[in-house]
Ligand binder design. Structure first.
Ligand code: FEO
Length: 176
């Protein structure tokens, strides 16, 4: 096995965090879907797909490294949102939390002198920068628009389909 037993456990735990992030995005997307805000719904459904892909990327790494993939219980997501801003804020908080989790994993890999896992995690480090940045931008746009002008947010998302979501977008469009 190329990773330590504690690293194996920590990676399994992160699989759970990524699936939890995916479920949280499904809950946020469903909220916007039921509020008849299709672009916000589409954006977060795709984020949910991305988080699932993150979890699967870690599962694959654990298996490739000779470890044992064990999927932990996943906590229920928040499903009640008072305002659009509240839901978008929850998404940003979730990404900040995942960033801390990834940083902690990198820290553990450094302490263990585990270059294989460190190298693997660099993709996630770059991804978190991208995702936190996108989440902050969207929150600012929602705050600027206010609850009375959500069509402005819809138009923004329709015009600026996120570049790193483009592959998923194509898949989703092909399926529909
Ligand atoms: Fe997988 Fe958005 O963190």
């Amino acid at each position: 096995m190329l990773i330590s037993s504690p690293m194996n456990s920590a990676l399994n735990e992160q699989v759970g965090f990524e699936f939890a992030a995916s479920l949280q995005y499904v809950a946020i997307a469903a909220h916007f879907d039921s509020e008849s805000l299709p672009e916000l719904a589409r954006y977060y459904y795709r984020q949910a797909d991305e988080e699932r892909a993150h979890a699967m990327r870690i599962v694959k790494f654990v298996v490739d490294a000779g470890g044992r993939a064990q999927i932990p219980a996943i906590a229920a997501p928040h499903s009640q949102f008072t305002t659009t801003e509240d839901a978008v804020q929850k998404a940003l908080e979730g990404e900040m939390k995942v960033t801390q989790e990834i940083n902690a994993l990198v820290g553990q890999a450094v302490r263990e002198n585990d270059h294989i896992t460190q190298n693997f995690l660099q993709w996630f480090v770059a991804e978190q920068l991208e995702e936190v940045s996108s989440a902050e931008t969207l929150l600012r746009i929602v705050q600027r628009a206010g609850e009375q002008d959500l069509l402005h947010v819809e138009e923004y998302l329709a015009r600026h389909r996120h570049p790193h979501l483009s592959a998923t977008t194509r898949d989703a469009d092909a399926d529909s």
